[in-house]
Write a protein of this length. Structure first.
Length: 111
């Protein structure tokens, strides 16, 4: 019986430790010039739109511009199909870090 409880406790600790590796951020407003817009179908045949937005960043005192992906799924994808390169994107999005890079999922497109 002791082994069983030890195994359960060890499993819980491992699951908790692994869940710390996935970072999630709060909803925020993303604004910036659009570098590219691509609409494709996912593996289930549903459309999605990926918009790359130029954002200003600073690292070690050096400023630079980086492209940040904002993904639009479902009904939001239909709204994003009208966006084009050179437009300014303004949307509410949920951010998350994936493999060391920030990626956003759009919740609502703003005017």
């Amino acid at each position: 019986m002791k082994r069983f409880f030890s195994a359960v406790a060890t499993t819980l600790v491992i699951v908790f430790a692994l869940s710390l590796g996935i970072a999630s951020a709060a909803d925020e407003v993303i604004t910036g010039p659009i570098q590219s817009v691509v609409t494709k179908m996912d593996k289930n045949g549903q459309p999605y739109t990926r918009v790359i937005v130029a954002q200003q960043r600073m690292l070690a005192g050096v400023g630079y511009t980086a492209g940040t992906p904002v993904m639009f799924f479902g009904d939001a994808s239909k709204d994003a199909e009208n966006l084009k390169e050179g437009d300014t994107l303004k949307c509410i999005a949920n951010g998350r870090e994936y493999r060391g890079n920030m990626s956003y999922t759009a919740i609502k497109l703003l005017n």
